[in-house]
Design a protein around this ligand. Structure first.
Ligand code: NAP
Length: 467
């Protein structure tokens, strides 16, 4: 009877997880996705708890309480901290998988018949992936949180890939030895070495990667955590864990592929490319002029426009300017000006970053346009208003072969009749390169914090000086 209930619960949970992922495809249904995921997890926990043979209920209650204690504060972090929050969740997932593997290993030592080659191999994979995800995700979270003693820039040294792959390779070789001779007298010594090497590899993996590449790396670590859960499913004979881990692993992998494509980068380039290393820029001799516009002048340009395309980027997120942007949207649409938001797939620092911020400010979904949809309209656009976006509007991506963003699809802001760009300084964006858009003939800069500048623009419209 309990077996039948467990199987039913497993099917229900797997279905709920699949629905959760499907609902996440659309901002309108994303909240249902969260509900389905939570419900699936609750069913899985209760069904497991109801299994016969569980004697220490107090430990389970303690673990649930500890989960709440950590989970509730984590759920309260601001949106800009979601990438590092996600990394912490993966770190916990990886640690859990690794620790279950350790516990199983020592339990099996008492019952050596459990060490079938397949299950022992699954155990080794679980422990390696679990522990490397743990330290790798902690390092990734630390880089994103800009913790002082973890360098943001990629740290590289000669022979680094050799050292890194050597550490992983050594863990792999010891793992094979363990699978071949699981009960050999040296096996209990080899096992902790494998775990230690995996922990070390997680740190080494992240050191050469720049802080700004972390969202993609976190997504890759997500798939490692999923694969480690799949392996754990084989170790524990739990089909539910295999299914849940496979969903987790594949969705993480798909997300990393989407992010890499949108940046025109390969996995290898993200993991080994040391993107974000300070590069010496050769002086060109030609000094381009940055032209500045006043808030009054910018408001007049906007008021005379028929089509305004707003291009938000990371700077809008940092400034938390989305609510002011909503006020500007209202002021413009009230004057019968068509306003569209051009959304680049990797604007900001996590997938969907701009969509979430604009939704938070209740900007209608219908005003949002994907890059491919809006680009053909850019030559008809009267004003392209760039708010804290840089790399995603850099025309160098089209032709500058040596540039780190070469080949990345961009929003064609430069093709608009006039460009107004808001940023605080002449500093480059994430890729560390200059952007000729800002010194183009038809571009006017509005230097300052995005929230302040947009707020001033809104005041101009509200003051009634403009009709
Ligand atoms: P970006 O290239 O990083 O540029 C952001 C701009 O915002 C900067 O030029 C900065 O200039 C400005 N800024 C910062 N704070 C500001 C503030 N308070 N007010 C006004 N402006 C401010 O951003 P992006 O154009 O959104 O491009 C995203 C980049 O991140 C891409 O290169 C992408 O490949 C990368 N990336 C994205 C993801 C993702 O999933 N979205 C993942 C990994 C990497 P100042 O300092 O002069 O103000």
């Amino acid at each position: 009877m309990t077996q039948a209930i467990a199987q039913l619960a497993a099917i229900l949970t797997a279905a709920l997880f699949i629905f959760a992922l499907n609902y996440m495809n659309d901002p309108k249904t994303a909240r249902h996705g969260v509900t389905a995921g939570v419900l699936g997890m609750a069913v899985a926990i209760l069904a497991t708890w109801a299994q016969p043979g569980i004697v220490h209920h107090v430990w389970i209650l303690g673990a649930i309480a500890a989960g709440f204690l950590v989970g509730v504060p984590l759920s309260l972090v601001p949106l800009t901290a979601v990438p590092q929050r996600t990394a912490l969740s993966h770190a916990f997932g990886g640690l859990a998988a690794g620790l279950v593997g350790v516990a199983e290993y020592y339990l099996w030592l008492r019952e050596p018949a459990q060490f079938t080659p397949f299950r022992t191999a699954a155990l080794v994979v679980e422990v390696i992936l679990g522990f490397l995800t743990f330290t790798g995700s902690l390092m990734a979270a630390g880089k994103l949180q800009e913790i002082k003693w973890i360098p943001q820039r990629p740290v590289t040294y000669p022979g680094q890939n050799f050292v890194n792959l050597g550490v992983l390779g050594a863990a792999g070789v010891l793992g094979v030895l363990l699978v071949l001779h699981p009960t050999a007298p040296s096996a209990p010594t080899i096992f902790p070495i494998i775990a230690g090497l995996a922990l070390l590899f997680g740190v080494f993996l992240i050191i050469p990667i720049g802080g700004a590449d972390m969202p993609t790396v976190i997504s890759i670590l997500n798939s490692y955590a999923g694969l480690s859960a799949v392996a754990m499913g084989f170790v524990l004979n739990s089909s539910l864990l295999v299914v849940a881990g496979a969903l987790d692993g594949s969705s993480g992998l798909i997300l990393s592929i989407i992010m890499c494509r949108a940046m025109n980068r390969s996995f290898a380039n993200v993991l080994f490319g040391a993107f974000g290393t300070v590069q010496k820029v050769a002086a060109t001799g030609e000094q381009k002029v940055w032209k500045q516009e006043t808030v009054e002048g910018a408001a007049q340009l906007l008021e005379q426009a028929r089509l305004v395309v707003i291009i938000p980027g990371y700077g809008m997120a940092v400034a938390q300017a989305q609510h002011k942007v909503r006020e500007l949207y209202d002021a413009l649409t009230k004057r019968d000006i068509t306003v569209k938001f051009a959304i680049h797939p990797v604007a900001g620092r996590m997938p969907g970053h701009m969509n979430v911020l604009l939704a938070e400010a209740n900007i209608p979904y219908t005003a949002l346009a994907e890059m491919d949809e809006v680009n053909p309209e850019m030559p008809q656009c009267d004003v392209a208003l760039v708010i804290g976006a840089n790399d995603v509007v850099n025309p160098a991506a089209r032709y500058a072969k040596g540039s780190p963003i070469y080949g990345m699809p961009i929003i064609d802001a430069d093709k608009a009749k006039t460009v107004l760009a808001i940023k605080r300084s002449k500093n480059p964006g994430f890729a560390g390169i200059d952007n000729e858009l800002y010194v183009q003939d038809n571009t006017w800069m509005l230097f300052g914090d995005a929230k302040t500048v947009i707020g001033d623009l809104v005041k101009q419209f509200a003051a009634g000086g403009l009709h």
